[in-house]
Design a protein around this ligand. Sequence first.
Ligand code: NAP
Length: 257
Amino acid sequence: MIASIEGLSVLVTGGSKGIGKGIAKAFAAAGARVTVVARTEASAMATVEEITRAGGTAMAVAADVTRRDQMDAAVAASVKTFGSLDVLCANAGIFPSAGLEEMTEEQWDEVMDTNLKGTFITVQAALPALKNSAAGRVVLTSSITGPITGFPGWSHYGASKAGQLGFLKTAAIELGKYQITVNAVMPGNIITEGLEDMGQDYLDQMAASIPLKRLGSTGDIASAAMFFASREAGYVTGQTIVVDGGQVLPESLEAVG
Ligand code: NAP
């Protein structure tokens, strides 16, 4: 285990469900103090209770990543309770499906506002606190969808996830002088409550197309996020890591067998 996670104050947006919940639980299990942020207070509280029952330290804050005032308040609550903010995991994201021909401007804007503008708002709100940390860390949750692959119904989503990576390169340069690193995890298909809703046939089909023959777990993504957050990764910035079981490697269906 990467020992330097212990004692860090970590804020995870979208920490109440799916990948964010997995990240929050993994950091807490490694001894970090975790602030779980989501719009729905009850589900953020449920994650905190799970962490607390397992012996970890966490608090819940209801906030919307598209609202600067709410993100300022979430960061302030984290600093007030835990004394600092060392690691920001900007993970909150939405992925409603809409074909390009029918997509409305409102649908486009909702995805961009949450996934891309929300990343900017979250990082900017956390900056004053991260600058006070000895080793501030920003870890974004992007995706393979957009930067590497496409999927029907997700042109807006793919654009938002690719946009995060454009954002991170300049952010990494600008924040380097504060010893803050900015990196991103690019998950493939990860088993979450949302993905499970797509049915067993979809899950089996996806697993068959992945060289490692399984979908990813939220823990797989958390491990990569924890590496970027660790002191050991202090000289790594502006980088991405694909965590997808090799999903983007095959050049045809025949290649995976
Ligand atoms: P999920 O299970 O649907 O969870 C999304 C989380 O984000 C929830 O905690 C949700 O809580 C929160 N959230 C949504 N909108 C928010 C907002 N405006 N402000 C604050 N919190 C908000 O999603 P997931 O599958 O874990 O995805 C998490 C991230 O991983 C996303 O950025 C997604 O693009 C990325 N990703 C996922 C996969 C995958 O296979 N699952 C693959 C690649 C990338 P509330 O609704 O209560 O706010």
